[in-house]
Write a protein that binds this ligand. Sequence first.
Ligand code: ZN
Length: 163
Amino acid sequence: MTASIGKHSVVEIHYTLKNPEGEVMDSSAGGDPLMYLHGTQGLIPGLEKELDGKKVGDSFQAVIPPELAYGETDPALIHTIDKAMFRGVDKIEPGMVFTAQGEQGQQHIRVQSVDGDQVTIDGNHEMAGKTLHFDVEVLSVRDATAEEIDHGHVHAHGDHHDH
Ligand code: ZN
């Protein structure tokens, strides 16, 4: 049993994610901690890198640049389309999010701006192009079971499931 985080550790963390403006974007505080299998790209690469070698009880802050988080904003995912494409939606406003079936499964499309009948939509991840600020606390670290390594994910609370 190793006490520091390495490949195939099962790790539980509490985290708070803030954008560069300091607004909280996401947090596990007050809820269940996040549990993941280290070294299997379960987290954004920059955060896994920061967690590497950390121990139970460690608390730290991490600043993750876009290239180690959700990537840079891809201009190819920003399009201007006709309002008529949004059938059945009465009012299109900036900030609205729609779900579309894309080449890589479900994709979230955000309305960036509306100019008359022209709607500019952005299919980038909400956090693309952003530097992320994390507050992290390591709650538990254990070695993954052979089965978890085989499946590539954590079996929480000893549950077994078929797949
Ligand atoms: Zn499984």
